[in-house]
Design a protein around this ligand. Sequence first.
Ligand SMILES: *Cc1c(COP(=O)(O)O)cnc(C)c1O
Length: 554
Amino acid sequence: MATNNRTADASLESLHRIFTVPEAPDSTLGLIEKELSENLNEFLRTHIAATEKPLAEIEKDFSNANIPEVPSFVSDHTQLLLNKLVAQSVHTAAPTFIGHMTSALPYFMMPLSKIMIALNQNLVKIETSKAFTPLERQVLGMLHKLIFNQNESFYQQWMHSADHSLGAFCSGGTIANITALWVARNAALQPDGEFTGVGQQGLLRAMRHYGYDDLAILVSERGHYSLKKAADVLGIGRDSLIAIKTDDNNRVDLDALQTTLTDLKRNNIKPFAIIGIAGTTETGNIDPLDQLADIAAEHQCHFHVDAAWGGATLMSNKYRHLLKGIERADSITIDAHKQLYIPMGAGMVIFKNPELMTAIEHHAEYILRKGSKDLGSHTLEGSRSGMAMLLYASMNIISRPGYELLINNSIEKAHYFAHCIEQHPDFELVTHPELCLLTYRYVPAKTQQALLHATPEQRDQLLELLNDLTQFIQKRQRESGKSFVSRTRITPEKWQRKPTTVFRVVLANPLTTTEILENVLIEQQQLAQQSTISLPEIITLTDQITKKSTKIDI
Ligand SMILES: *Cc1c(COP(=O)(O)O)cnc(C)c1O
């Protein structure tokens, strides 16, 4: 570690310097900039430590609550960041990092982000963003067209209309989902006669006016946790986000949905939004969107589709049919920082009808004046960066067919990996990839057989042990730093809906090769052998079951 005792002094002169004079090319920061622009991969590979320190250790480096009384030189501080922060960060861009929705970025993002930061626009209003405002509106229009494919005159009429909005750019899927449900809530409890709307008068008076006992939002049990946050902040309450059970493909059970809707209405509870998921976070499955659209229409509910992760599939002419029915949604969430390869902090909500967002319109005197084109009048967030520029650039540089190649490639790689898992005697594919996400686990071949003959108690015991083993392998794999898959718990039909711990793989990084995938299985099989508790117990139990069942067979 660089323990340099040089101190800078807090003079106006030195402060003036940091605002005006760049770091010298041979300074620490200058060299880093050079490394970053010449070989990003090498930079990440050399500066991120291969094996991780325990979090408790890292916390010690970040536990001083005092704001420094003495300034640091930029170079010294940069060195500290490299040692303490960068070294212990996560190499999300590595082709062997296949556990999350965060992947590598195209190279051009780095210099373009610098332009964005240098300009430091604030998209809340025209006065601080000028051309960035029409650019953002165009980006929203492009996504709108990708989903709804309205004609040219539609976009000419609405894209730049001051009192309308095709959607909102925001920091991610969570804010997008909150915005969509905010619009849905305000539309369901809109002004009516004396009543000036829920936005103005609040939930209590809205309920009194409309005579409902409660409200409800319906989504499958695979709904993302951000929806609970939305129900909470919108005053509806988390209990009123109703989880509908799923079928054995992790898709919402439509009969259960219909039954719940009927029950709610009988109890004077107003269901105002039905949410379809286009790519669940845990298993990547897509709800039957067309049927959901029918049900939403029948019950006069707002139909929202959470396509935060899977929405980018619409770029693929080959696979966009998987999202059929999405064009009937009232609103859609899409994250650009997932499968559109934009840096973290880029989400969108798109509304089919350009009038819908007026339900949440806010105005203020010094900005967001009525009739102004300020984006802030239709967004939950206030000050926002010019992130839309990166998506605009990406859609131009990569283009729709380029994105299609990326998407097709990811999906086909997931199919390949699923095939490897199915062919392997010691692995079990738990959910098939519909998009580029799949789940699986390690189960020795003999144990797979034994599970078929086991008594219910033995089976439960084995399943518990397998859960421990999956957790063990996943942790070891992460700690050893060669590759990374994530881990989640799902309730597969096949295992009587018992909580089952599985490896979760998302194949979005275009640099992940089939060889890497094959090696992941080899590594996991080796790691399993290091388990000194669960694996031996699994084998003992397997042998017991096998002996008994062969006796019976004889
Ligand atoms: C990622 C995700 C979200 C939340 O998005 P953030 O960008 O993390 O806020 C919501 N829904 C689904 C289906 C997601 O995959």
